[in-house]
Ligand binder design. Structure first.
Ligand SMILES: Cc1cc2nc3c(=O)[nH]c(=O)nc-3n(C[C@H](O)[C@H](O)[C@H](O)COP(=O)(O)OP(=O)(O)OC[C@H]3O[C@@H](n4cnc5c(N)ncnc54)[C@H](O)[C@@H]3O)c2cc1C
Length: 388
C-alpha cells in the first residue's frame, strides 16, 4: 500500500496544478490517472495568460519544443453574417495542444504518478481514503474531469439546481505541407461564429501547423446538425479548403452554476471540471481548473493537512469569491435567452465596441482579473516527477 498525504484522481490541468503547489511545500502527493500520458483531451486549447503567470511557466521555455501560438486578434460573427476583427497590440491568449500542455504540467508537478490506472474502488478506513486498495491518503481530491469517479461517488448536488452542460465536438489535425502557406485562417487570429439562435458557437483556430475546429452548445440534443451547418459554412466561405482527416470527437462539461449546493465528506474536494467550474460566458475551463487546483492546495496547506479542516463548503466559498456569483444573470449569457434578448444580443454582436469591451475583454479574456496569487511561496524546486 502506497501511503501519501494527498491523493489526486485525475492528471489534467486541475490535478497537476494542485499537485505542483503542494509539492513545493514538501507535501507527498500521488496523482492517479486512467490514461497513459501524453494523452489527448477534446479541447480547442485556448489558454489565457494568467494561467502561465499563476503557474510560473516561462513561455519561452514552454514554447521551445511545443506549440504555443500567440493570439493578437479575434474575428467574431454570427452564422449568415459578416465577422468583425478586433486587434490587440500584444498577445492576449495562446493556443496550445492539450497532448503537450497536460503532459508538461503533469511531469512538472513533481508528484508521484500512477498512470494507466482507472479508479476501481474507493473506501474509507479510519481517517484515510483507500483507492484501488493500493494508495491511501487522508485527503482525496477529485480532478477527474466531467466524469470524475470521486464526484460520481460522493458529490451530492441539489436536485433543484439547474445544471448548465455544454456538449461539444472538436477535431485537431496537422495541416498537410502543401496546404500550410495557402490555408486562409491565420495563426494570430482565431475565428468564432455564433449559432444563429446564439445557443453556442463554433471556432476555427490555427496553432502553428495545426488546425482546431469545433462547436459547443448548451444542453443541446441536436449538436451534430449544428456542427454540420458550421462545417458547411466554413467550406462555402473558403475558410476550410481541405477535407477533415479525422471525424469530430465529442465531449461534455459543466458550466459554473450551483457551486454552493455541492456537499462532500470531510477531507474530499473536487476541482476543475469535476466541480463544474467552466466560465458560463466563454466555456473556458482550463483557467478555472488550474486556479481551483491552486486554491485547493492553498486550503490544504492552510489546514496543515488536517482532513477535518479541509471542508468542501469552505473551499467552494473560496472558489465562488474567485470565480464569481453562483448563477450568472440570464441577461449576461449568450445562451438560453428569450427572443427579445436574442435580438438585442444579435445587434450587440454587430457592434465593434461590444465585441471588444464586453465579449472579448470581459467575458472571454477576463482582462479585469489579474492572475491568482496565493499565500504560500515555493520552498523546493520540483522539476521531475517520479513514477510509482
Ligand atoms: C470541445 C471542447 C473545447 C474546449 N476548449 C477549451 C479552450 O479552448 N479553452 C479552455 O480553457 N477550456 C476549453 N474546454 C474546457 C477544458 O477542456 C476543460 O475545462 C479542462 O480540460 C478541465 O480540466 P480538468 O483538469 O478539470 O479535467 P480534464 O482535463 O478532463 O482531466 C481529467 C483527467 O482525469 C482522468 N480520469 C477521468 N476519469 C478517471 C478515472 N475513472 N480514473 C482515473 N482517472 C480518470 C482523465 O484521464 C483526465 O486525464 C473545452 C472543452 C471541450 C469539450
Amino acid at each position: 500500500m502506497r501511503q501519501c498525504d494527498v491523493l489526486i484522481v485525475g492528471g489534467g490541468p486541475a490535478g497537476s496544478a494542485c499537485a505542483w503547489k503542494l509539492q513545493q511545500q514538501e507535501v507527498d502527493v500521488v496523482i492517479l490517472d486512467r490514461a497513459e500520458f501524453p494523452r489527448d483531451k477534446v479541447c480547442a486549447g485556448w489558454v489565457t495568460p494568467p494561467v502561465f503567470e499563476a503557474l510560473q511557466i516561462d513561455l519561452h521555455d514552454y514554447s521551445h519544443s511545443r506549440v504555443c501560438q500567440p493570439f493578437t486578434a479575434f474575428a467574431v460573427g454570427v452564422m449568415g453574417g459578416p465577422a468583425l476583427r478586433t486587434n490587440y497590440h500584444r498577445p492576449v491568449s495562446y493556443g496550445v495542444r492539450r497532448c503537450e500542455f497536460d503532459d508538461y504540467l503533469l511531469r512538472r508537478s513533481g508528484a508521484s504518478l500512477s498512470l494507466g490506472t482507472a479508479v476501481e474502488s474507493i473506501r474509507s478506513e479510519g481517517n484515510r481514503w483507500l483507492v484501488n486498495e493500493s494508495v491511501s491518503a487522508p485527503i482525496l481530491i477529485g480532478a477527474g474531469g466531467h466524469f470524475c469517479p470521486i464526484a460520481r461517488r460522493f458529490a451530492v448536488r441539489d436536485e433543484h439546481a439547474a445544471d448548465a452542460i455544454v456538449l461539444a465536438q472538436e477535431t485537431e489535425f496537422l495541416l498537410p505541407e502543401n496546404a500550410r502557406d495557402s490555408f486562409p485562417v491565420a495563426g494570430d487570429c482565431p475565428e468564432f461564429t455564433f449559432c444563429a439562435d446564439l445557443g453556442g458557437y463554433g471556432w476555427i483556430v490555427r496553432k502553428g501547423d495545426y488546425v482546431n475546429i469545433g462547436l459547443g452548445r448548451e444542453q443541446e440534443r441536436n449538436l451534430t446538425a449544428h456542427v454540420t451547418a458550421f462545417l458547411t459554412r466554413l467550406r462555402e466561405t473558403g475558410r476550410l479548403p481541405i477535407d477533415l482527416p479525422h471525424p469530430m470527437r465529442g465531449h461534455a462539461y459543466r458550466l459554473r452554476s450551483g457551486l454552493s449546493r455541492i456537499r462532500l465528506p470531510q477531507g474530499v474536494l473536487l476541482i476543475g471540471d469535476a466541480l463544474g467550474l467552466a466560465d458560463p460566458h466563454s466555456g473556458e475551463g482550463i483557467r478555472p481548473a488550474i486556479e481551483s487546483g491552486l486554491l485547493a492546495a492553498d486550503s490544504i496547506l492552510a489546514a496543515e493537512g488536517d482532513p477535518a479542516r479541509v471542508t468542501s463548503g469552505a473551499f467552494q466559498v473560496r472558489c465562488q469569491s474567485r470565480f464569481g456569483a453562483d448563477s450568472p444573470p440570464a441577461s449576461g449569457r449568450p445562451t438560453a435567452m428569450g427572443p427579445v434578448w436574442k435580438l438585442a444580443a444579435r445587434c450587440a454582436l454587430r457592434s465593434r465596441w461590444f465585441q471588444r469591451h464586453v465579449l472579448l475583454d470581459r467575458w472571454f479574456l477576463h482582462t479585469q482579473q489579474p492572475a491568482l496569487k496565493l499565500q504560500y511561496s515555493p520552498r523546493i524546486p520540483s522539476d521531475h516527477a517520479t513514477v510509482l
